[in-house]
Design a protein around this ligand. Structure first.
Ligand code: GLU
Length: 549
C-alpha cells in the first residue's frame, strides 16, 4: 500500500505536516529540571474534587521546579458539553489557590501563553495533521465499521437503526486489511469512517513502566487498534492528549487512575509518531464507603464530589486544601502535628509520597481540619468570612449580621484565642443555627429526661430571684453552685448520701440554665453569652423555662 497516497485520500485538505507544528511550538526555555504540568478538565461536568487533587499536585510540582502549570479545556465531546463548565473550572482553580500560569481562562477571557490554542475544539486541524502523519507512516487506517465511536454514539445509532428497520447492522472488524481501492470506493460512496491506530503491540509481551506515583510497574504492550479520530473528524482523548502534551511541552501528565489501563495505547501512539512520551503520574481515586462498600466518589450521587459544594456549605478554602493534601500525602498529618501553625505551602510535598491506595473521603476529618483552622482565626476574620458567605447564599442572614456586627463579633470572641480555643464551627452555613439564640427568640427547650422537673423548677425559681447580672465569671459560677447544692435534680443515691459533695448536681444546674437561655445543650462559655444577651433576655428565658416545666 502506498501510505502517502492513502494519507492524501483521507486528508486532502490537511496542508501542513507534523514537522511544521513541531517548529511552530518550539521547546520551552526553562531551567534544567523544570516540570511542565497541566490540568485538562472536560466541560462535560463541573470540576471534581479529584481534579483539585490533580491540580494541587501539578501546581506544587511546577512551582517547586520553576516550571509551568497550565489549563487546557478538553472539550472534544461536544454532545455532553455543559455550557459554563469551563468557566467554573478556571474560577475554581483560582479560588482554591491553584491558579494556572497559562492557558484557558474561561470562555470570555483571553487565553495566556505561547503554546495555545488551549481549547481542544479549536485544534482540529492540528490533530488531523498528526492523524495524517500516522497514516503516512503506515500506523493508522480508516475503519468503516461504525463501531468506533463513543458508547453514546453507538447507542444513538442503534436506536435510530431499530426505529427504522427493527434490526441492527452487524459490523465486521475487517478494515485493517482493506486495499487502497476498497477504501477509495467506500469513501467515494460517502461511507463514514473513523481513523484507528494500527497497533503493532503484542499484549502477550510485557515491558517496564515507571509511574511517578505507583512506582516501577510491568505492563502489557498495547494490542488494541484504538480510535484516533472519530467519524465526525474530531479525535477522542487518546490522540488529542498525545498531540497537545507534545506541542505544549508537558513533562508530567498528572491524571486520574481511570486512564492507567490506556497508558500502553497512549505510549504506542507517541512512539508511532516518533515522539517521546511524557512522564505519567496516575492519581489514586478518591473513594467513599457506601453501605459498607468502597466505591469511587461519584459526580451524580455525591454532592461533595463537586468542588462548588464546599463553597456553598461555607468550608474555608484553606480547610479544603489542607484536607486534600491530607488525602494526598501520608506524611502530611505528621508534619501538621509538628508544625501546627505553618502555612501548607511549607509542607515538603513529594509526588513519590502519594500513596497508591485509594484514599477514603471522610467528612469527620475534613470537619476537624476546618474547626482547627477556624479556631485559630481572630473573631473579626471569622465574622468577615461568615458575612461574605451569607451575602452569597443567605441575604436575610447577611442583613441581620450587618445590623448586629458588634454583637456577633463579641459572640465569636467568646473562648477564642488562648491555648485551647473554641472549636465549634467548621462551615459558615452552620453558624445561623448554632448561634440562633443570640438574635432570635427561642422556644423553651426540653430538658434532659433524667432531671426531676419539680426540682428543676424550684432551682430555676431560686436562681431567677437571686440572679445578678453584674457577677464576673467566678462569682457567676459560685452562685449557681451554691444554689444547686440545695436541690436534687437527678434523684440519685450519691446526692442523698452526701448532698454537698455531689458534683453532678452543679453540672446539671449549669446545663439547666444553658438550655433555658440558649435552647442548646452545648455552647461556648455560658456566662459570657448571658452577658451578651443582657439581663432582660436572660430573665425572660429563665421564666419561660419555669413556665414550661
Ligand atoms: N479530559 C480528561 C478528563 O477530564 C483529562 C485527562 C488528563 O488529565 O489527561 O478526565
Amino acid at each position: 500500500m502506498d501510505y502517502n497516497k492513502l494519507a492524501e485520500l483521507l486528508y486532502p485538505n490537511v496542508q501542513h505536516d507534523m514537522q511544521y507544528y513541531l517548529n511552530v511550538y518550539p521547546a520551552r526555555k526553562l531551567p534544567a529540571g523544570a516540570e511542565v504540568t497541566r490540568l485538562g478538565p472536560s466541560p462535560t461536568g463541573y470540576l471534581h474534587i479529584g481534579h483539585l487533587y490533580s491540580a494541587m499536585i501539578s501546581r506544587i510540582t511546577a512551582t517547586k521546579t520553576h516550571g509551568v502549570f497550565y489549563l487546557r479545556l478538553e472539550d472534544t465531546d461536544q454532545k455532553r458539553y455543559i455550557p459554563g463548565a469551563g468557566d467554573v473550572a478556571y474560577d475554581m482553580l483560582c479560588y482554591y489557590g491553584v491558579k494556572p500560569d497559562e492557558g484557558y481562562r474561561g470562555d470570555n477571557l483571553e487565553q495566556i501563553g505561547e503554546y495555545g490554542d488551549y481549547v481542544q475544539s479549536h485544534r482540529t486541524e492540528i490533530y488531523q495533521t498528526f492523524a495524517k502523519e500516522l497514516v503516512k507512516r503506515g500506523r493508522a487506517f480508516p475503519c468503516f465499521c461504525g463501531a468506533n465511536d463513543s458508547k453514546e454514539d453507538i447507542l444513538e445509532r442503534r436506536e435510530k437503526e431499530l426505529s427504522e428497520s427493527e434490526t441492527i447492522t452487524e459490523h465486521d472488524e475487517h478494515c485493517r486489511n482493506l486495499s487502497f481501492e476498497q477504501i477509495k470506493a467506500n469513501i467515494e460512496a460517502g461511507k463514514p469512517w473513523a481513523l484507528k491506530l494500527l497497533s503493532t503491540g503484542d499484549p502477550e509481551k510485557q515491558h517496564d513502566f515507571v509511574d511517578l506515583i505507583k512506582g516501577k510497574r510491568v505492563i502489557r504492550e498495547n494490542g488494541k487498534d484504538i480510535v484516533l479520530v472519530k467519524s465526525n473528524g474530531i479525535p477522542p482523548y487518546a490522540l488529542a492528549h498525545v498531540v497537545d502534551d507534545t506541542l505544549m511541552g508537558t513533562t508530567i501528565v498528572v491524571r486520574g487512575e481511570e486512564w492507567y489501563p490506556s497508558v500502553a495505547a497512549h505510549i504506542e501512539t507517541f512512539l508511532a509518531l516518533g515522539l517521546k512520551p511524557p512522564k505519567y503520574a496516575h492519581t489514586p481515586v478518591i473513594s467513599k464507603l457506601d453501605d459498607g462498600n468502597k466505591r469511587k466518589l461519584s459526580k451524580r450521587k455525591d454532592p461533595e464530589a463537586d468542588v462548588r459544594f464546599y463553597i456553598e456549605q461555607g468550608y474555608p478554602k484553606e480547610a479544603v486544601k489542607e484536607y486534600v493534601l491530607n488525602l494526598l500525602n501520608s506524611d502530611f498529618e505528621m508534619w501538621r502535628n509538628q508544625n501546627p501553625l505553618s502555612d501548607i505551602a511549607e509542607f515538603p510535598f513529594s509526588i513519590k509520597k502519594i500513596g497508591s491506595n485509594n484514599p477514603m473521603f471522610d467528612f469527620e476529618k475534613l470537619n476537624n481540619i476546618s474547626k482547627n483552622i477556624i479556631s485559630r482565626w481572630p473573631a473579626e476574620r471569622v465574622f468577615a468570612e461568615i458575612y461574605a458567605w451569607a451575602e452569597k447564599f443567605d441575604g436575610k442572614y447577611a442583613n441581620l449580621l450587618q445590623n448586629n456586627k458588634e454583637t456577633m463579633i463579641k459572640m465569636l470572641s467568646i473562648d477564642r484565642g488562648g491555648d485551647r480555643p473554641r472549636k465549634d464551627i467548621f462551615a459558615w452555613s452552620m453558624v445561623k443555627d448554632l448561634y440562633d439564640y443570640i438574635f432570635n427568640d427561642i422556644a423553651p427547650a426540653t430538658i434532659d429526661e433524667r432531671i426531676n422537673k419539680n426540682s428543676a423548677k424550684d432551682f430555676l425559681k431560686e436562681y431567677i430571684e437571686k440572679y445578678d447580672h453584674k457577677l464576673d465569671k467566678q462569682a457567676w459560677f459560685d452562685q449557681i453552685k451554691q444554689i444547686a447544692l440545695g436541690h436534687n435534680f437527678a434523684d440519685n443515691k450519691e446526692y442523698k448520701a452526701n448532698p454537698s459533695a455531689y458534683a453532678g448536681n452543679v453540672a446539671d444546674a449549669c446545663n439547666l440554665v444553658r438550655v433555658a437561655v440558649t435552647g442548646k445543650t452545648a455552647t461556648p462559655d455560658l456566662c459570657s453569652i448571658m452577658q451578651l444577651l443582657g439581663k432582660d433576655k436572660v430573665k425572660n428565658r429563665l421564666q419561660n423555662m419555669i413556665n414550661s416545666l
